[in-house]
Design a binder for this molecule. Structure first.
Ligand code: UD1
Ligand code: UDP
Length: 385
C-alpha cells in the first residue's frame, strides 16, 4: 500500500519540542512516510532540541539572522518552502502553534494546494496584539488549515465559534505533555554543573524565563526590576533564569541582573535539563506558552508575566496566575507565594488540563482516519478530574 507522505514544518525551539513526539510517532508507523523540514528560524536553540530527540532534518532552510524582523522570517521561509514542497510533494503538511514559521508553512502549503494539519489549533486571547504576532499567526494558520488538532475542548470551542467545520477538529491534548513524559526523571544529572549543586529542599528555587516580543523594552526592564526586588528581599530564594539568545533580551537581562548573588543567569538549557529543573523548583515565573502548560502538570505554581493568556485552562484550575509586568506586582505576587504557605499549597496542585502523554498517537490516528486508511476513529482527549 502507498504510504501517506507527511511533511512536518517547524522552525523554533517550542515548535520542535512539541513536534518531536509526533515526528517520532509518525516515523514508527509503517502507514506513514514522514519527512522533516526546518526553516531554522532559530538555530542553536532548535538544534539543541533536534539533537535531544534524535531528529534529523530532511530539508533545512537555515534562515536565521541576528535581530531578524518578521518580514525577514516570513519572506525567507515562504520562498524557501516553495522549493521544499516542490521536492517533497507531501499529501499533508503539519505545522505547529503560532510562530511565523507556522504561518509561512501553512501559507506555502495552501499556495501549492496541499492539505494542512494544524497542531495546537484554536488557542485564542481574542486580542490581535497580545501575544504579538502569535495571536494572528495562529488565527491565520487556522483559516488555512484543513485539519485542526486542538489540545483542549476550550480550543475546539474557539474554532467552532469562528465557523470551522466540527468534523475537521479533533481534541488531542498537547504534545508537550508527550515530550515531558519522556524527559522528566527521578534521578537526573544536569550537564549544567551549577544545577547539580542547588539545594532544592532548603532554598526556594524560582525558575524564570521571559523573551516574548510584546515584553521587549520597558516591560522586560520592569520584570527585571521586580526580580531584583524579589532576590534582594527574600534571602531564601534563588532565581534561575535561562536567558533566550535574542540579543534584545540578553542585553537587558545581563545588564540588569548579571552579578546578583541570588540570581543565576544561564544560557538556554537543553530541554531535558529544563524539564527536570522545573520538576524540582519551587515555582515558575514566565511569559512562555510552553512553560504555562508544563509546570501545572508538575504541580508547580506559575506566575505569568503577560497581560493576557491564550491558555486559560490552568488559570481556571488555580495553578496559574496572570500577573502582567508591573514591577511591584511582580515582586508582590512572588513574595506572597514565597511567604504564604496556604496560598502556595492552593496553587501547587498537579493538574493536567493540557494532556495525558498520548496526543501524538491521537493525531496520527485521526490523520489515518481522515485519509481513509482506517475505519477506526481514535478517542478524543478527556481531562481526568
Ligand atoms: C520566536 C517566536 C515566538 C516563540 C519564540 C520561542 C515568532 C515571530 N516568534 O520568537 O512565538 O515564542 O520563538 O522561543 O515566530 N536567536 C539566536 N539563536 C537562536 C534563536 C534566536 O541567536 O537559536 C536570536 C537571533 O538574533 C534572532 C532573535 O534571537 O534574530 C529572535 O528570534 P525570533 O525567532 O525572531 O524571535 P523569538 O523572540 O525567538
Ligand atoms: N525551554 C528549554 N530551555 C530553555 C527555556 C525553555 O528547553 O532554556 C523549553 C520549555 O521547557 C518549553 C519550551 O522551551 O518546552 C518553551 O519555549 P519558549 O519559551 O522559547 O517559547 P514559547 O513556549 O513561549 O512559545
Amino acid at each position: 500500500m502507498e504510504k501517506l507522505k507527511v511533511l512536518t514544518i517547524f522552525g523554533t525551539r517550542p515548535e520542535a519540542i512539541k513536534m518531536a513526539p509526533l515526528v517520532q510517532e509518525l516515523k514508527r508507523n509503517d502507514l506513514f512516510r514522514c519527512e522533516v523540514a526546518i526553516t531554522a528560524q532559530h538555530r542553536h536553540m532548535l538544534d539543541q532540541v533536534l539533537s535531544l530527540f534524535d531528529i534529523e532534518a530532511d530539508y533545512d532552510l537555515d534562515i536565521m539572522t541576528d535581530r531578524q524582523t518578521l518580514f525577514d522570517i516570513t519572506g525567507k521561509a515562504l520562498a524557501g518552502l516553495k522549493h521544499v514542497l516542490e521536492a517533497a510533494k507531501p499529501d499533508l503538511v503539519l505545522v505547529h502553534g503560532d510562530t511565523t514559521t507556522t504561518f509561512a508553512g501553512a501559507l506555502a502549503a495552501f499556495y501549492m494546494k496541499i492539505k494542512v494539519g494544524h497542531v495546537e489549533a484554536g488557542l485564542r486571547t481574542f486580542n490581535k496584539w497580545l501575544p504579538f504576532p502569535e495571536e494572528m499567526n495562529r488565527k491565520l494558520t487556522g483559516s488555512l488549515a484543513d485539519l485542526h488538532f486542538s489540545p483542549t475542548k476550550t480550543a475546539r470551542q474557539n474554532l467552532l465559534r469562528e465557523g470551522v467545520r466540527a468534523d475537521s477538529i479533533f481534541v488531542t491534548g498537547n504534545t508537550v505533555i508527550d515530550a515531558l513524559k519522556t524527559t522528566v526523571k527521578k534521578e537526573f544529572i544536569f550537564s549544567t554543573e551549577i544545577l547539580n549543586h542547588l539545594d532544592f529542599n532548603q532554598r526556594k528555587i524560582i525558575l524564570v524565563t521571559a523573551h516574548r516580543r510584546e515584553n521587549l523594552g520597558e516591560p522586560l526592564k520592569n520584570i527585571c526590576l521586580g526580580l531584583m526586588d524579589i532576590a534582594d528581599r527574600n534571602p531564601e530564594a534563588i532565581i534561575i533564569y535561562p536567558v533566550h539568545l535574542n540579543p534584545a533580551v540578553r542585553d537587558v537581562v545581563e545588564n540588569m541582573l548579571g552579578g546578583h548573588e541570588r540570581i543565576v543567569l544561564l544560557p538556554p538549557l537543553n530541554t531535558d535539563e529544563m524539564h527536570n529543573l522545573m520538576a524540582r523548583c519551587y515555582m515558575v515565573m514566565t511569559d512562555s506558552g510552553g512553560l504555562q502548560e508544563e509546570a501545572p502538570s508538575l504541580g508547580k505554581p506559575v506566575l505569568v508575566l503577560r497581560r493576557e493568556t491564550e491558555r486559560p485552562e490552568a488559570v481556571k484550575a488555580g495553578t496559574v496566575k496572570v500577573i502582567g509586568t508591573d514591577r511591584r506586582k511582580v515582586y508582590e505576587e512572588a513574595s506572597r507565594l514565597l511567604c504564604d504557605r496556604s496560598e502556595y499549597n492552593r496553587m501547587a496542585n498537579a493538574v493536567n488540563p493540557y494532556g495525558d502523554g498520548r496526543a501524538s498517537c491521537r493525531i496520527a490516528g485521526f490523520i489515518l482516519y481522515h485519509f481513509g486508511l482506517t475505519d477506526e476513529k481514535p478517542q478524543e482527549f478527556e481531562v481526568q478530574v
